[in-house]
Design a protein around this ligand. Structure first.
Ligand code: HEC
Ligand code: HEC
Length: 243
């Protein structure tokens, strides 16, 4: 749980007491941020975190149950083909995004996908189109959508600038791998980043950094606060090439 918030000159930094997050206290690529205030979190922050962890566990159990049932699998494919016609316009028939600023859904971690669909529909994550679309599905349908896309194959991009790529890898290995996985595959409830569109990754990192309220996560806020635009572009370019 939250044990302290450090407010630095580059914005807020919220640091958790979990082992992974303690690593955030050690920030080799953060040059200018000097912590100036230390204070306890509000109760609200702590409750939110507990609620999210509970929801995550519940989703994982539901996803596991459906994955073991062959009949359910067939139903998922059929449902997906019928009900993602609208989604295809932006996310692509094969789950690889066709428009700028839109994420690939192919191969994404189903626990994460389901969690995000629920967040769109209850307003914890905001995007106008996604809000109305996500809330048109029942709870069972949301699970089927998540599993449908998770079985598709994401297409990585080719390395364009080897120098930028190497800089991105360095940042990734130090600051991202402990949660998103060594190759960005997104284990447990974490988002898969490998093969994700670079422009979308940059858009989200800026979203987390700037607290626009469309999407908030204290871990990602802490991480993105330590990156400048150039570092964001490098890490985004790197993950987009991972398979
Ligand atoms: C008009 C374009 C459009 C359509 C149609 C659309 N989406 Fe999206 N979707 C987006 C955009 C843009 C985002 C990123 C939103 C943001 O900036 O936070 C997104 C995000 C998502 C995410 C979050 C993925 C992640 O990596 O966090 C999921 C899941 C998703 N969409 C599922 C769907 C499904 C299922 C449908 C069809 C029912 C659908 N979308 C239809 C544009 C669209
Ligand atoms: C302490 C754990 C942790 C670390 C370290 C971390 N992340 Fe995350 N990341 C998360 C969580 C949790 C989410 C989901 C947030 C939500 O639900 O809105 C996330 C979400 C994201 C997303 C949105 C994915 C999507 O499909 O929309 C991106 C992009 C991202 N992280 C990139 C990074 C990058 C790049 C780094 C390293 C510079 C990093 N993360 C380090 C925990 C972490």
């Amino acid at each position: 749980m939250l044990n302290k918030i450090i407010i630095s000159n580059s914005g807020f930094r919220r640091i958790f007491s979990c082992a992974a997050c303690m690593l955030l206290l050690w920030e080799p690529m953060n040059i200018d941020a000097k912590p100036i205030v230390l204070q306890a979190p509000s109760d609200k922050d702590v409750q939110l975190e507990e609620k999210d962890l509970e929801a995550q566990k519940h989703l994982a159990i539901m996803v596991n149950k459906i994955q073991k049932d062959p009949e359910a699998k067939e139903k998922i494919v059929q449902f997906g083909q019928e009900r993602t016609i609208l989604c295809n316009v932006c996310h692509g028939e094969d789950g690889n995004a066709k428009r700028a600023g839109v994420p690939n859904l192919a191969g994404q971690n189903p626990v994460y996908l389901l969690d995000q669909i629920q967040r769109f529909s209850d307003g914890r994550r905001y995007d106008r189109t996604m809000r109305s679309l996500a809330s048109s599905f029942t709870e069972d349908e949301k699970i089927m959508l998540a599993l449908y896309y998770s079985k598709m194959e994401a297409r990585p991009t080719k390395i364009q600038d080897p120098v930028q790529w190497a800089a991105g890898k360095e940042i990734y290995d130090v600051a991202c791998a402990q949660c998103h996985g060594e190759r960005g595959r997104g284990e447990k409830g974490y988002a898969r980043l490998s093969s994700q569109k670079a422009d979308y990754v940059i858009k989200m990192l800026k979203e987390f950094r700037s607290y626009t309220g469309r999407r908030a996560n204290p871990w990602m806020a802490a991480v993105s606060n330590s990156l400048n635009d150039e570092e964001m572009a490098a890490v985004a370019a790197y993950v987009s090439t991972l398979k």
